[in-house]
Design a protein around this ligand. Structure first.
Ligand SMILES: Cc1cc2nc3c(=O)[nH]c(=O)nc-3n(C[C@H](O)[C@H](O)[C@H](O)COP(=O)(O)OP(=O)(O)OC[C@H]3O[C@@H](n4cnc5c(N)ncnc54)[C@H](O)[C@@H]3O)c2cc1C
Length: 430
């Protein structure tokens, strides 16, 4: 705890480093998404001078994460933002219902079956961003909206340039949290690695007197919400649907890139999107009673990441460090894990360079496990062809007898087993 705050609050609000250099801020965070704002909140109250630079003035629907998995809810609690989200814009979904064509539906009671007794939370992404940025500001961070960072420079004293500003602002550490398409990351020369494209996620927002978190099978649980997942083993398609606010629902179609001849995107694809959603299992009354309330867009889900997301005064978090496949709904949880790991390392030591290096190792370790887990799931559930169909049939029959063969990523996150033995059990090879 010592180091983080000890050097703050110098003359004129500037921060002197141990070698006498004066910097404008302890931390400059580029990007006011979940990563940037929750990091500022998590470090608040320790006399750490923080600036968040966010290019947007207000937030609109970009089709981004709105379903936090139970292991991510635990991270949100550890960071002190879970209750804030519930009080302001989030809804808890304490069940998860899966409908697989040809099998009986399964509803999981998340509070009763997850290791930390946590559940899913859903929220409109733009509202979540607004709430967290407001909270960061309330807790003392300076937040500059409406003008993006145009450049970042490495160094003992890294700098951030906003708009056309030539001189730039200095910091002990710069955090890049500018998202999956980070331009600054490329300008700085970080090598972005990526997997080949496999799955596509198409998302749409619908408004009306209909609830996509309703229970469609089994006992009615009037006061609770569920997340509904429909899976078509023959078609390489999956649908995930949930209510994110009163009268507002998000629905995703996930499909193997070879399933549809073209990406579902824009107004002209809405009818086809709804046809596909219904073909996989979404009930028709969901569409009779709702109207489209946001754009329809599709995203390539292939992982893209940086090995060792720290260099010379600049550290990467959230999607800037690694973007997982939206198909599996884990980006928000992974982002919060990054933030917690970085917060803990920064609070452990006054040497923020070593702390950021240690964070980068922590990140690589858990992200590597996450990537292995998602690759296993993508291969088993979405690969196409006769051999893949046979493998699926065999594995599903084994899952029905022994559900522990499926790693509990929802509850355990990256701690779910992903080693060779876990993989062989999942694929029904042992
Ligand atoms: C289609 C889709 C569906 C998804 N669904 C889910 C889901 O259901 N569950 C889940 O867990 N995850 C999901 N995700 C992933 C999730 O949205 C991300 O992991 C999460 O939003 C990452 O947060 P972030 O703060 O790192 O980045 P972002 O949310 O992208 O925030 C980055 C911020 O940086 C700002 N910015 C960019 N450039 C600059 C600049 N130069 N200067 C200043 N500011 C800048 C942007 O305006 C933005 O506000 C989904 C992703 C996609 C694409």
């Amino acid at each position: 705890m010592i180091g983080a705050g000890a050097m703050s609050g110098g003359r004129n609000g500037e921060t002197p480093l141990s070698n006498g250099t004066v910097v404008d801020y302890d931390l400059i965070i580029v990007g006011g998404g979940l990563a940037g704002s929750s990091l500022a909140i998590a470090l608040a109250g320790r006399s750490i001078r923080i600036l968040i630079v966010e290019q947007q003035e207000e937030f609109r629907d970009r089709i981004r994460g709105e379903l936090l998995m139970p292991w991510g809810s635990l991270e949100a609690k550890r960071l002190g933002i879970y209750d804030l989200l519930l009080e302001s814009c989030a809804i808890e979904a304490s069940y998860f219902s899966s409908f697989t064509k040809g099998s009986s539906p399964v509803t999981r009671d998340l509070l009763a079956t997850t290791p930390a007794a946590t559940c899913c939370a859903t929220f409109p992404h733009p509202e979540m961003q607004t709430v967290l940025l407001r909270q960061a500001k309330l807790l003392g961070a300076e937040v500059r909206l409406g003008n993006g960072a145009s450049a970042v420079t490495f160094g003992d004293v890294p700098r951030v340039h906003i708009g056309g500003d030539v001189k730039g602002l200095s910091a002990r550490l710069v955090v890049l949290a500018d998202g999956r398409d980070s331009r600054l990351r490329s300008l700085l020369g970080f090598d972005v690695l990526h997997d080949p494209e496999q799955l596509v996620t198409a998302g749409m927002l619908l408004e009306g007197d209909v609830n996509y978190s309703e229970f469609l099978a089994g006992e009615a649980r009037p006061s609770a919400n569920t997340v509904n997942l429909f899976y078509d083993p023959k078609g390489g398609r999956m649908v995930i649907a949930m209510r994110i606010a009163p009268r507002r629902n998000r629905i995703y179609l996930i499909y193997h890139k070879d399933v549809l001849p073209k990406r579902l995107s824009g107004r002209h694809s809405v009818d086809e999107m709804i046809r596909q959603l219904q073909a996989v299992g979404a009930p028709s009354h969901w569409f009779d009673q709702a109207r489209q309330a946001g754009p329809l867009a599709s995203f390539d889900g292939s992982h893209r990441w940086i090995d060792s997301p720290f260099r010379d005064g600049v550290v990467l978090v959230g999607d800037t460090a690694a973007a997982t496949d939206p198909a599996w709904g884990r980006g928000l949880s992974r982002t919060l894990r990054d933030v917690r790991l970085l917060r803990d390392r920064l609070l452990e030591s006054s040497d923020w360079r070593s702390a950021a290096e240690a964070y980068a190792r922590d990140h690589d370790d858990f992200y590597g496990r996450m990537r292995r887990l998602e690759a296993m799931q993508t291969t088993l559930l979405f690969e196409r062809g006769e051999a893949a169909d046979k493998r699926r049939e065999h594995a599903f029959a084994l899952f029905a007898r022994d559900p522990t063969r499926v790693p509990d990523v929802m509850g355990l996150g990256p701690e779910a087993p992903s080693d060779d033995q876990a993989r062989a059990r999942y694929f029904g090879q042992i």
